[in-house]
Design a protein around this ligand. Sequence first.
Ligand code: TYM
Length: 345
Amino acid sequence: MTDAANASFKPRIFSGIQPSGGLTLGNYLGALKRFVEKQDEGIETVYCLVDLHAITVWQDPERLRAQTREAAAGFIAAGIDPARSILFNQSQVSAHAELGWVLNCVARLGWMNRMTQFKDKAGKNAEAASLGLYAYPSLMAADILLYHATMVPVGEDQKQHVELTRDIAAKFNHDYRTDFFPLPEPVIEGAATRVMSLRDGTKKMSKSDPSDASRINLTDDADMIAQKIRKARTDAEPLPETLAELKDRPEAKNLVNIYAALAGEAPETVLERFAGHGFGAFKPALAELAVAVLGPITTEMKRLMADPAEIDRVLGQGAERADAIARPILARTLDIVGMIRSRPV
Ligand code: TYM
């Protein structure tokens, strides 16, 4: 499909977060904060708590439910307005699983074998990984294509999956001689597209890291945030004047990028201010900024979580609106593929 054909799709954003643990600063800076910016730019935005993706690895049922509500509270506390954005959990819109199956039949094994996240998550014992974990990227393609989304804001680690989504869409369009699906663009922007662990600057900050000190959780209170930043691994050098000089200092670079993203500044601007200062000065400034930005979100999240029935109501309404977009797109896909549909889908 040509770019000109892509232009015929109206701009729509889709993105998702797994409720497989608490939200981290990485999720906030790499995704959530940018989801809010996109909503506020007035683009149509659809955001999903991807619970079907979460169960590709074991989840305790009660914890999964609690984490899904907590993530929903995090979205709203961070500024997602459920009246303007569509906010829902994936399993309430069954079209995701249905389109996921069709796309399983479009995606090629060779493509799946190249997915680095599967290799990372499956680890050495890939034979013991679930089939769902392997097929995960084609369900993600279904999430996106089900809304004819044109843009997908994500952190750096999801780029390969969005590119695969484009390949799946292009193959579907080609095989069925149609231009039904757009080729969505990954939108990876800002200073914090890859927030690293506070304990190891070469590893991504992740909700699944066994060390809680490696990450800042959106539920951490001010003392905890300050303590984790104080204890973050760094080196003994003062901060340099240019970003290039941070090249071989991953921990220092990470903290500068976090500061920049929290302040809404360029990392260069942060260095202009702190060049020549050591971490004894920089860390307290970063802790103060982090608490100022995250504190109100944490407080609001806690308030929202006290009323789970209200969260469930919001998710249910979001799911109804999502379903209204997704159903006709699924129905048309099934027509294209050659399925008889003699009762309403
Ligand atoms: P997940 O749940 O791992 O992460 C959600 C979002 O947060 C971003 N992110 C980060 N960004 C910067 N630094 C970090 N350390 C960091 N950790 C996480 C991720 O890049 C992501 O944008 N497969 C997806 C969920 C998904 C999805 C989708 C996303 C399912 N369907 C459709 C977009 C569109 C995932 O596991 O994200």
